[in-house]
Design a protein around this ligand. Structure first.
Ligand code: PLP
Length: 274
């Protein structure tokens, strides 16, 4: 496996990042997961823009997006796979313990791994912890993902693949690595970005293509919604069959199935042409 580090391709087993890297010591970094099919990245420009937005939010120097793109292309070319994911990690870089970040400049790593085609349906749980929609990290894709790790472990203990958070005012927000959509009276809704959720790329495309409304949704909407689905880079549009103990019979329901069809059709045009 070849990865991109220090501006060049390197063997993953040989590549070295300092133990003093701020990304490792304090989680001072941002990342992107990009889907790739047969060497072509999906929605890469949107991912690069979000990487830059997250870096700005964290006060990191602006990433050189041309270099990130070069790294993505090089890694995809060096690791051929039918379906994969690119992982772009950009951190505050080398810093002696106890001092401020970045004396040797930021660290950029691009790696790839094989991905499995996602199942069309999944189970989800709710967790009692909240997303802080007014927090400094709200809406940023940072490497400080500890809360998501804890919540996802809770989901797995209960035989589910995703955990959903409310925000601090008790509104539906998002999952550990996905956005959430609900169907109410036959209409598709998703929480607005002000809820504190990540500006998911799959979410934005689903809003545009399937015509979902961005609506403040109370947490208990999960008890009454006719249909629920998740969106993310690796799930695409994925129907929820069970939320906690509530079964959603016949998932994917008609609105979700239509959103899946539209997404698959439109997404085919959004792979990097290369
Ligand atoms: N919310 C969080 C917290 C995430 O980490 C992700 C995954 O990247 C998403 C939502 C979905 O975003 P996207 O569709 O861009 O993968």
């Amino acid at each position: 496996m070849k990865i991109w580090l220090d501006g060049e391709l390197q063997d993953a087993g040989e590549a070295r990042v300092s133990v003093f890297d701020h990304g490792l010591t304090v989680g001072d970094g941002v990342f992107e997961t990009v889907k790739a099919e047969r060497g072509r990245a999906f929605a890469l420009t949107r991912h690069l823009e979000r990487l830059a937005t997250s870096a700005r939010g964290l006060g990191l120097p602006a990433p050189d997006l041309d270099e990130v793109r070069r790294g993505c292309t090089a890694v995809l070319d060096a690791n051929p796979m039918p379906l994969g994911r690119l992982r772009i990690t950009y951190t505050g870089g080398l810093s002696p313990l106890g001092s401020d970040r970045g004396e040797a400049g930021p660290t950029l790593v691009v790696a790839a791994s094989e991905a499995a085609r996602r199942p069309d349906t999944t189970a989800a749980v709710t967790v009692p912890w909240t997303r802080n929609e007014r927090g400094a990290l709200a809406g940023l894709k940072t490497t400080s993902y500890g809360e998501n790790v804890v919540a996802l472990a809770r989901a797995r203990e209960r035989g589910a693949s995703e955990a959903l958070f409310a925000n601090t005012v008790g509104a539906l927000c998002e999952g550990t690595g996905s956005n959430v959509f609900v169907v109410l009276d036959g209409e598709l809704h998703t929480p607005p970005l002000a809820s504190g959720c990540l500006a998911g790329i799959t979410r934005a495309l689903t809003v545009a293509w399937a015509g979902a409304k961005e609506t403040d949704l109370p947490w208990d909407v999960l008890e009454s919604a006719e249909e629920i689905f998740l969106t993310s880079t690796l799930r695409d549009v994925q129907a929820v069959t069970r939320i906690d103990d509530r079964q959603l019979a016949d998932a994917p329901g008609p609105v979700t199935a239509e959103a899946m069809r539209i997404f698959d059709r439109e997404a085919a045009a959004d792979f990097d042409p290369r």
